[in-house]
Design a binder for this molecule. Structure first.
Ligand code: ZN
Length: 475
């Protein structure tokens, strides 16, 4: 420090002062000195450049590290940057909010559900099958859930009350259909009621396909320690919120391919207070909970480029007089609703009243999953998205003349008409179908003499280009 550069880098060891040059050889000295100066300049320049590069590297490292730690903080909050282990980037989640009549929902404060409707669709729907026919199904909770799960009415799934004593598992639910086709498909259930998993879906039962949920959060009604029962059903409110918390965590972290969220509090308020402020309050709580789920789904959509179909519905309406009971076939008990976050619905959704059995085939179509032919022949629902060839099959048998009618929604292709005189599918066997006609779909009517198919019972399948429908008739 304090020394000149000349002293730091002497050419010879004797002297560096030009005045000390005894021979007066100033020119030589100047040349050498200039060379020294140049070398020093280059050295200084190199050192400065190296320092600048080091500083730039330090700045880059600091900025990158800061960014990384910010991302880590985001992961702690959402943790949805993990890859899901599912079958594709398409996911479905359906919510059954128990016992909310359409007219009540329509006047309730539901900003989150309105937001979802704004992006997608809302429509009044129905439950209960076809009144006065073989498919009529009680407007009760468990039959309602399994209507949705299997896409069939009570004459097939055989659940007519909440005891669920003898469900017919030959009519496969959506989770089983997914697991049987895609062993890596992931499924989740989030629910108050343990019976939903162990009885309706029949998890682990050989006759129900021996499927296992990858994610299950349910049975909290049996946890009297954390959710002590009270006469006001506040514990159900708390359980619903717990169900929501677990759903949000699981969607965020794992994004299952198909999930069922079941929420009960609205039905408890309906039974206790009927059409009331308490019911509207319960729907408002539900709306906030749905908002939480929707946020978790948005997180997956934004961070994983996943596509999610969210379907929200209810299992039945309520009686017109008090709003407390349900189970019958009155208009208000049968009238439900469907909210979807998807706006590309088809002309069936737009022009007809959809039903709870339409939701399962809609979700299967969204997932690009085929329903095996034997199962598809039994499904009572119609997909609400994508093209649909025909709907509303109708049969009339006069002697041996069978008249078949339908409504055409897409004129592409013909309609193949199949007939079976057995119902072996019900007992786990395969029905033998005969092709009795291949007619223009535009006709919307066809008549056949079925004298040679001697039976008191017929199952008819109308097989169009884009969907098939079925109808049964007895003599
Ligand atoms: Zn219910």
């Amino acid at each position: 420090m304090g020394q000149s550069n000349y002293q730091l880098f002497p050419i010879n060891s004797q002297s560096t002062d030009p005045l000390d040059d005894a021979d007066g050889n100033v020119d030589d000295y100047t040349t050498v000195n200039n060379r020294k100066k140049n070398i020093l300049r280059w050295i200084i320049l190199a050192v400065v450049l190296i320092l600048i590069i080091i500083v730039i590297i330090i700045i880059i490292v600091v900025v990158v590290n800061k960014k990384k730690s910010k991302e880590k903080a985001t992961i702690l909050v959402y943790n949805c940057s993990e890859n899901s282990t599912g079958i594709s980037n398409r996911k479905v989640l359906f919510i059954i909010a128990d016992g909310i009549p359409a007219d009540v929902l329509e006047r309730a404060p539901i900003p989150n559900m309105k937001k979802i409707q704004g992006i997608g669709k809302y429509k009044r729907a129905y439950v209960g099958g076809d009144v006065g026919t073989y498919s009529e199904t009680a407007t009760i909770s468990a039959p309602g859930y399994i209507n949705l799960l299997t896409g069939t009415w009570g004459n097939k799934h055989n659940v007519y009350d909440n005891k669920i004593s003898n469900p017919n598992y030959n009519y496969k639910n959506i989770f089983r259909l997914i697991k049987e086709q895609q062993i890596n498909g992931t499924i989740g259930i989030f629910s108050t009621w343990l019976d939903n998993r162990v009885k309706l879906i029949g998890e682990g039962l050989a006759q129900a396909g021996n499927i296992t949920f990858d994610f299950k959060f349910d049975g909290y009604e049996l946890d009297l320690k954390n959710f002590p029962h009270d006469s006001q059903s506040l514990y159900i409110n708390h359980i619903d919120q717990h169900v929501i918390n677990e759903t949000v965590k699981c969607i965020t972290n794992n994004g299952p391919d198909a999930s069922w969220v079941y929420l009960q509090y609205t039905d408890d308020m309906g039974h206790a207070y009927g059409d009331s402020l308490q019911m509207l309050d319960a729907i408002n709580i539900l709306d906030q909970q749905i908002g939480q789920i929707y946020e978790a789904i948005q997180c997956r959509i934004n961070q994983h480029k996943e596509e999610w179909l969210l379907v929200i519905t209810t299992d039945h309406g309520r009686d017109i007089h008090t709003g407390q009971s349900h189970g019958g076939q009155s208009e208000r008990e049968r009238t439900t609703w469907i909210i979807m976050n998807h706006n590309e619905t088809n002309n069936y959704f737009e022009n007809f009243q959809p039903s709870i059995v339409d939701i399962m085939p809609t979700m299967m179509r969204f997932l690009n999953m085929k329903i095996p032919l034997e199962s598809e022949r039994e499904i009572d629902g119609i997909p609400l998205i994508g093209p649909v060839s025909l709907v509303k099959p109708d049969l009339n048998l006069s002697g041996n003349n069978l008249t078949i009618k339908w409504k055409t929604l897409n004129k592409t292709g013909n309609v193949k008409i199949w007939l079976s005189t057995t119902n072996l599918f019900k007992i786990g066997l395969i029905d033998n179908y005969t092709l009795i006609g291949d007619v223009s779909i535009e006709n919307e009517i066809a008549t056949f003499n079925i004298e040679k198919y001697v039976s008191n019972f017929y199952k008819i399948i109308l097989d169009g280009e884009y969907n098939m429908v079925n109808k049964w008739i007895s003599r």
